[in-house]
Design a protein around this ligand. Structure first.
Ligand SMILES: [Mn+2]
Length: 355
């Protein structure tokens, strides 16, 4: 991955970059400890971390010189040494991730000898297009989600709380090989399902509830993301209507998504159908986002994202309708963009499940 940094240095006219974001650190070096810094220039590749991670860093990042901070030499001193050794004149840093306090501290000794340049999203964007190896990990994580969904269907019964369902989903994913969650599991039932990002509560599931479950796990660092909405008992005609519209919107977007289209174009496919059906005001969020080492990556499927989708990007497709005082539906799959369309990594059923 460090070839990508060489290109970035050239493109931005930089002598070196300092990486502080844990996901970027992992992406560029292999080190998953998320604590420390990477300094990368034409002549040096240095990974600075503390003693809790030194052994792990040496194992995971063999191409980097691993340096441990000490009481005499903290990150500021080590980074200053790297800069002076190279006589670096321009250094890029991750202004969107580093705190103001850390930046002031780290850059203070060299602020007159080197220009510190804000990199914005530049380093994150290196992660957009996934390699086959990365895609395998995302697919494995999504497959774990599929299996956990299949198992949780047997636990959805009247009287069971949202918290219990969330805990069991988490447990199943772990049991199936996940390292952890890619975000806090959402289980929203009844009126709660009208809140797209509801937090699970002690509310008991009741007959007639919509139950929206949005969950994902990490496998070898890579995230999955999926959402299914089911009904406990028989669905009402209004529930069937809303579910049908969301599903139609999702299928249409999946049909249209491919390399070469912009995020806003694909978003509009689903948004247009939901608006046509009269529910436009109840779909407030974007249609999707990319997924990788972090759960919400660029680009997005949203009215504001005009980035062009490219082969081997991963995108969620997750339209929803949320009606206050009634309930809501979201259906989410995770796909890999191909030249002509997409490869859906989610295989859980999508016809309305009545339990
Ligand atoms: Mn999502």
């Amino acid at each position: 991955m460090t070839e990508k940094v060489t290109e970035l240095l050239k493109k931005k006219n930089l002598d070196a970059i300092l990486i502080s974001d844990g996901y970027n650190m992992r992406y560029l070096s292999g080190f998953g400890g998320a604590t420390g810094y990477l300094y990368i220039s034409a002549d040096q590749k240095v990974l600075m971390t503390d003693s809790r991670y030194t052994t792990q860093a040496k194992q995971e990042a063999p191409k980097f010189a691993v340096v441990e901070v000490s009481t005499e030499k903290g990150y500021r001193e080590l980074i200053t040494e790297c800069i002076r050794k190279d006589q670096t004149k321009t250094i890029g840093f991750e202004d969107q991730q580093m705190t103001c306090a850390d930046f002031k501290k780290i850059s203070s000794p060299t602020k007159d000898e080197a220009t510190w340049m804000e990199l914005g999203e530049e380093v994150n964007l290196l992660r957009c297009i996934k390699t086959e190896e990365e895609l395998e990990k995302v697919a494995k994580a999504e497959a774990i989600g599929d299996q956990a969904f299949q198992k949780i269907l047997g636990d959805i019964k009247p009287g069971v709380t949202e918290l219990t369902i969330a805990a069991k989903l988490d447990y199943y994913m772990r049991e199936l090989g996940a390292e952890g969650n890619s975000f806090d599991t959402i289980v929203a039932s009844g009126l709660h399902s009208a809140m797209p990002h509801a937090v699970p509560t002690a509310k008991k599931l009741e007959k007639g509830d919509f139950i929206t479950m949005d969950f994902g796990c990490r496998y070898d660092g890579y995230c999955s993301d999926m959402t299914r909405t089911v009904v406990l008992g028989e669905a009402s005609s209004k529930q069937k209507e809303i579910y049908g519209i969301v599903l139609k919107a999702q299928m249409a977007a999946l049909e249209q998504i491919c390399a070469g289209k912009t995020g806003s174009e694909v978003d509009q496919v689903a948004r247009g159908l939901i608006a046509e059906a009269g529910y436009g005001e109840y779909f407030g969020h974007g249609l999707g986002h990319s997924v990788g080492l972090f759960i919400h990556e660029e680009p997005r499927l949203s009215p504001k994202c005009h980035s062009v989708l490219q082969k081997n990007m991963t995108m969620t497709v997750e339209p929803g309708i949320y009606i206050p005082e009634f309930g809501g539906v979201r259906i989410e799959d995770l796909v890999v963009i191909t030249e002509k369309g997409c490869r859906n990594l989610a295989h859980s059923p999508k016809e309305l499940i009545e339990l």
